[in-house]
Design a protein around this ligand. Structure first.
Ligand SMILES: Nc1ncnc2c1ncn2[C@@H]1O[C@H](COP(=O)(O)OP(=O)(O)OP(=O)(O)O)[C@@H](O)[C@H]1O
Length: 250
């Protein structure tokens, strides 16, 4: 897929240009990404799929500034993050990006409310109370705000993690297997909320998943194989995602 011309970049909240990522050196070197270019428009939900080891997590981590690229560039909101110092990158991640992982990564001694407010407190952007209330109510967490993570179900913990990630109204919400640890009913609740966050609140979501049901909540699916984007599926249905995965897994 060719990189977009420069004048189109401002329409895109995240852009990858010919991203190559290798781990290690010499005989042991592994090239996880072999020149990946992709654009992500504001207010859209993209799922990233592909066989195990195809580079999905590596791609997400490079896009989110959690890992460095070997060559190529990544732009977030027009800023080339591949050239940023570690300090500026940390600040950009904290102020402009949101993260949800398979493991909920909540602080066990803090209540749900304290966990949700944590990122806002670390950064400069103080979340307004109205947005806090909107997110908490939409995620059905109102009655759980005083509970610690150990007192919540997996689905509730992940909903707290999603609320935390959205509290700063990030330019992009990155999710790595957000439903991987959840039963299908709890997973569906999280996915439906991500869909709402895109449709109602205009958020941008980029999500890695193994699950065709999860991917079918997205506006499009990008398929990776052997470190390259090999297919793009707009308006995915569960059946179409299954069929594409079957072709890739051969
Ligand atoms: N830190 C690392 N050091 C060395 N190799 C790595 C590292 N991280 C990933 N790799 C390799 O890069 C390739 C892509 O890995 P990645 O985790 O991105 O794939 P994935 O598609 O997310 O896989 P899975 O679906 O199994 O989670 C694999 O060959 C993997 O072994």
């Amino acid at each position: 897929m060719a990189a977009p011309p420069a004048e189109q970049v401002h329409d895109h909240v995240a852009v990858a240009r010919d991203v190559v990522k290798s781990y290690g050196s010499g005989d042991g070197a592994v090239t996880a990404l072999r020149g990946v270019s992709a654009t992500f428009r504001r207010g859209r939900f993209t799922a990233i799929m592909g066989p195990s080891g195809s580079g999905k997590s590596t791609f997400l981590h490079c896009m989110a500034g959690l890992d460095t690229v070997s060559s190529g560039s990544v732009l977030i909101g027009g800023v080339d993050i591949t050239g940023l110092s570690r300090t500026r990158l940390t600040k950009l991640r904290r102020d402009r990006l949101g993260f949800v992982f398979q493991a909920f990564n909540l602080l066990p001694l803090l209540t749900a409310e304290e966990n949700i407010r944590l990122t806002g407190r670390l950064g400069k952007r103080r979340a307004d109370q109205r947005w806090f209330d909107t997110v908490v109510d939409a995620l059905g967490l109102r009655e759980r705000l005083g509970h610690r993570p150990g007192e919540l179900s997996g689905g509730q913990q992940q909903r707290v993690a999603v609320a935390r990630a959205l509290l700063t109204r990030p330019e992009v919400l990155f999710a790595d297997e957000p439903t991987g640890n959840l039963d299908s009913a709890s997973g569906a609740e999280v996915l439906e909320f991500l869909r709402t966050a895109v449709d109602v609140y205009g958020q941008t979501v980029i999500m890695v998943t193994h699950d065709p049901v999860a991917a079918a909540h997205a506006d499009r699916v990008l398929f990776l194989a052997d470190g390259m984007i090999v297919h793009e599926l707009p308006h995915p249905t569960i059946d179409a995602v299954h069929a594409a995965m079957r072709r890739l897994e051969g």
